[in-house]
Design a protein around this ligand. Structure first.
Ligand code: VGL
Ligand code: ZN
Length: 198
């Protein structure tokens, strides 16, 4: 058994003071840093959108942040502009240890498709390459932590399980946005997919 820690989107924009701040998002960072040494592989992900991305409410006339629209790939929540490529908001939080990372995966760079999951864009078919990377390194077990529990952590965990990895999510090392019951739904989706919530 070889295991990987996947650290989802611990970026300035998802932490207090950021454009899409997750309540207490920075409270998990010390605990994540402390666990990195326990894994054969550490992967960090970075939400990495071009300016004017289709997931931004500002790209849709008469829409507000947190409205939901129909995209060709399904419903899409519209967000405040966040994690724009090259900005301070898109940078990792300065407290996150990045030196132990073997791999950094950027996602959400396609202007027309959002990408919550570290494995696939929101069309559920276009791969980021992470699944192949982990398989080629003989990783069987993945542990997922980070932001936000009910969006990017949830999608990554469910996709990881679908790809055949044994998936754990450490809830203490995640924080949620919790939009209209999204947290309860995410916990249900993950347990239905066979993700171990610890
Ligand atoms: C995320 C909303 C939009 C996340 C990313 O990291 O959970 N949420 N982009
Ligand atoms: Zn995003």
């Amino acid at each position: 058994m070889r295991n990987a820690l996947i650290v989802i989107d611990v970026q300035n924009d998802f932490c207090p003071g950021g454009a899409l701040a997750v309540p207490d998002g920075d409270a998990i960072i010390a605990g994540i840093n402390a666990r990195m040494g326990e894994f054969d592989c550490v992967v960090l992900t970075q939400d990495w959108h071009p300016a004017g991305h289709s997931s931004f409410a500002s790209s849709h006339p008469a829409k507000e942040p947190y409205d939901v629209i129909e995209m060709p790939y399904g419903p899409q929540v519209l967000w405040p502009d966040h994690c724009v490529q090259g900005t301070q908001g898109a940078a990792f939080h300065p407290a996150l240890s990045t030196d132990p990372a073997d791999m950094i995966v950027r996602k959400g760079y396609n202007p027309d498709v959002d990408s919550y999951s570290a494995f696939f864009e929101n069309d559920h078919t276009t791969p980021t390459g992470l699944g192949g990377y982990l398989k080629s390194r003989d990783i069987s077990d993945i542990t997922i932590v980070g932001l936000a529990l009910d969006f990017c952590v949830n999608y990554s965990a469910v996709d990881g399980a679908k790809l055949g990895f044994k998936v754990k999510v450490i809830q203490d090392l995640c924080r949620a946005i919790d939009l209209n019951g999204s947290l309860g739904a995410a916990l249900q989706d993950m347990s239905d997919a066979g993700v171990q919530l610890i």
